[in-house]
Design a protein around this ligand. Structure first.
Ligand code: GLY
Ligand code: MN
Length: 479
């Protein structure tokens, strides 16, 4: 599936104009093996390649040679051996015509084309590679070792080839501003993601295993013809932020944290998190913390609009959490001071959210600072702040997650307590009794509009009453 060819033509024209010259090199993804050559992971095309060429097939590369006004896709036709195992496909020329590319060449011609560019000392721009195969391929084509972090574009004679920072910034400028057809695809992915979450809330019961939930949630995506935008997190140990183990039995009184998303046929992502009780209801202690969490979430959703920085929103969320935890006797002092100092990172060590598009953490291979921060900016390197993937001023067209969490991480509590860290703000004596609490997070996806923001997709259950209604089968996702 692809958008109309005019969309890809317009995107390629925009990047040509923004870059102004040089040769842009795009290497598509191949099939990746997981234990022997013919046993493969599901094919996933590179998102930058998809964005400019819409060709969801393995074994392709492309150049936009701005200096010579040429756009060429390189690839080989299927042989009869390929067809026997994988079936027929359109020819490369037919596939390319559908996305507005008229010139195609066999893959063996790519090295010749790059060598000619090198001999003319044309700057060669490419996006940071993230797969070993692509790094080796680039090394072979360019004839020098390849860096994975962005910097100066490669010109023949340089001892290493560095991905092009200019290309990262220019492509991120385009991909950060989602067009209406992209937003429609994202909302389709989110709506399936909402179904995944409702399924988990409805089915979870004491005695089940985390893998029962993970399997059922992923089944929802697969049955819709979708895939997952990242490995599902379904755990009663939500304080471990990326807990992919599925090893725990779920008991009455436990929380289940589900962080799961679908990726649709056009490879746009949804990303939601719901924290639900395993038994009939949250415990009163869980309700207290859940209400703090949802208040902080609503603080964020009422603040987001064009012109505000996401860092400001993140700090305001931390302050709201500090205020709520103060009421529970777990923090003390001025809530905003605690937030600005970084003390609330004890309870929420991750950032408030990230850009989302074709990649669930959109364009994170470019370097998150080049996507989520203004040109030339550095990230704040302090604990907690450095995990904020999106910190820049929000602009219309940005799509991102809002995902505050509150966690009680015993190892972090012990370490900070021993170091006396932020003891003006954190009530360590009280925290001892909370080390078995676990963690909770609520995550939804938003678009910045000209005047404010829009919640994307149907609404999943969020408030306690909605979660309990969903468990009882009386909640319907709504606009
Ligand atoms: N939903 C997974 C993440 O944002 O890291
Ligand atoms: Mn997320």
């Amino acid at each position: 599936m692809a958008f109309s060819k005019e969309i890809y033509e317009a995107r390629r024209a925009r990047i040509e104009k923004a870059m102004g010259g040089g040769l842009l090199l795009f290497l598509g993804n191949g099939i990746a093996s997981f234990n022997y050559p013919d046993n493969n992971y599901q094919f996933r095309q590179d998102s930058t390649f998809l964005y400019f060429f819409g060709l969801d097939y393995e074994g392709l590369a492309a150049v936009i040679d701005i200096d010579n006004n040429k756009t060429i896709v390189f690839g080989d036709e299927l042989t009869i051996d390929d067809i026997i195992w994988t079936g027929v496909q359109p020819t490369i020329a037919e596939k390319c015509a559908a996305v507005g590319v008229t010139e195609t060449l066999p893959m063996s011609e790519l090295a010749n084309y790059i060598n000619a560019a090198k001999s003319k000392k044309q700057p060669i721009h490419f996006i940071p590679p993230y797969r070993g195969h692509t790094i080796l391929w680039l090394q072979e084509l360019l004839g020098v070792p390849v860096n994975t972090a962005a910097g100066d574009a490669f010109v023949a004679g340089m001892p290493v080839a560095t991905p092009s920072l200019e290309m990262c910034y220019n492509v991120a400028d385009m991909r950060n501003h989602k067009a209406s057809e992209e937003i429609a695809e994202i909302e389709k992915a989110i709506n399936i993601t909402v179904k995944m979450h409702c399924k988990a809330v409805q089915m979870v019961q004491p005695g089940m295993n985390e893998k029962d939930i993970a399997a059922a949630v992923m089944e929802v995506a697969l049955r819709e013809g979708y895939y997952y935008s990242f490995p599902t997190i379904a755990t009663s140990h939500g304080q471990t932020l990326h807990n992919h183990g599925y090893i725990h039995i779920l008991n009455d009184g436990d929380l289940l944290l589900l962080d799961a998303g679908a990726e649709n046929e056009m490879h746009y992502a949804g990303d939601l998190t719901t924290t639900m009780p395993v038994g009939a209801d949250y415990t009163s202690r869980q309700k207290d913390v859940y209400n703090v969490l949802i208040n902080s979430y609503k603080t964020a959703t009422t603040m987001i609009r064009p012109g505000i920085t996401y860092r400001e929103v993140h700090v305001a969320v931390w302050a709201k959490i500090a205020e709520g935890l103060k009421a529970l006797g777990l923090m003390k002092g001025d809530a905003m001071e605690a937030a600005e100092a970084g003390a609330v990172a004890m309870f929420m060590p991750h950032g408030l959210g990230h850009m989302m598009g074709m990649d669930v953490h959109d364009m994170e291979n470019y370097g998150e600072v080049y996507v989520g921060y203004p040109r030339g900016a550095q990230k704040d390197s302090r604990f907690g702040f450095r995990s904020l993937r999106l910190g820049r001023t929000l602009e219309p067209g940005f799509v991102f997650t809002v995902e505050p969490g509150i966690y009680f991480i015993p190892e972090l509590i012990d370490q900070w307590k021993a170091a006396g860290k932020f003891s003006d703000f954190i009530c360590y004596d009280k925290l001892e009794a909370w080390k078995d609490f676990g963690g909770m997070r609520n995550e939804e996806d938003y678009l910045i509009t000209e005047t404010g923001s829009r919640h994307l997709g149907l609404r999943k259950p969020v408030d306690i009453e909605e979660i309990l209604a969903c468990k009882n089968g009386t909640f319907t996702p709504y606009e």
